[in-house]
Design a protein around this ligand. Sequence first.
Ligand SMILES: [Zn+2]
Ligand SMILES: [Zn+2]
Length: 65
Amino acid sequence: MHVFDNIQCGAFHLPSCNDCEGGITGFIWRCTLCFGLSLCTSCYMSDLHGTSHPFIRYETHLYNG
Ligand SMILES: [Zn+2]
Ligand SMILES: [Zn+2]
């Protein structure tokens, strides 16, 4: 029988940017309409995703959980 008691404290992987596919540092911008879509700040600021979709900003150091 397996006990997965390490799941809660395991390493958390920060999302990578859906556009440039780079690791996100600083702020994570998540689209509220497209599930699972996260952008880095530079891609968000370049409006590649369209400005009609509202985004929520997260700080990476607050995102771990
Ligand atoms: Zn990006
Ligand atoms: Zn979207």
